[in-house]
Design a protein around this ligand. Sequence first.
Ligand code: NDP
Length: 246
Amino acid sequence: MINIDLTGKVALVTGSTRGIGHAIALTLAECGARVAIVGRDAAKAEDVAAQIGGGALGFGCDVSVPAEVTALVAAVEERCGSLDILVNNAGITRDNLMLRIKDEDWDAVINANLRSAFVATRAASRGMMKRRWGRIINITSVVGLMGNKGQTNYAASKAGLIGLTKSVARELASRNILCNAVAPGFIETDMTAAMAPEARTAMSQEIPLERLGSPSDVARAVAFLSSDSASYITGQVLVVDGGLAM
Ligand code: NDP
């Protein structure tokens, strides 16, 4: 339990049916926020929301489809009365060496990871501007800072999120809307479970803190950036990686 008060705030976390997004939603709910859970399957998202409680609601949305993202933001605002904290977390990988990446794998990753965040931010920022309060947090990756063999499409999407974050931070600062990015390192989720054991071992040996991160390590950073304690922080990339990328 962390000592952050988000009572009265509504938070939308994309990709929150499992993994990092789920931990973020849980942590924001523990801090008092009402959370909107999002995954591709509405029934699964509703189940997760029911487990979280605190007025949480579940929504089905494929974030790689712009019209669905715009409709999602409208639905959250309508059903919850507001949208104060937007966490663009949903993300996918389609790893391959650059020469072997197919156009459709490039497009799928860019659309799910980057265009989705732009569309959600555009939709959510209108209400935040009217209310003169907002937090937008984009989940990027250390790979967006460092690059990675076999992840050209993913790294480009994550580096793009950093440019999006800084530009939105500059455009919306005067309306008291803060936009930051969190860059996780190597976190234990389904995404990393799919890696080859040798790759996992090699990667963990590079981490100064000598362990993989947990989803809640990332969630606590997001809760901090959502809170009033972070009210003078915008346009930043907070790296949560056990020292990997320093
Ligand atoms: P997981 O694969 O464990 O979970 C992904 C989540 O995103 C699920 O809730 C999934 O929901 C949802 N999702 C995937 N595609 C879509 C889509 N098109 N529309 C809506 N929801 C979608 O990922 P992680 O928790 O590991 O990663 C979360 C974020 O953190 C990602 O952006 C990832 O790039 C980033 N990250 C992860 C790192 C790690 O080491 N794990 C490191 C650095 C960054 P469902 O299946 O129900 O649709």
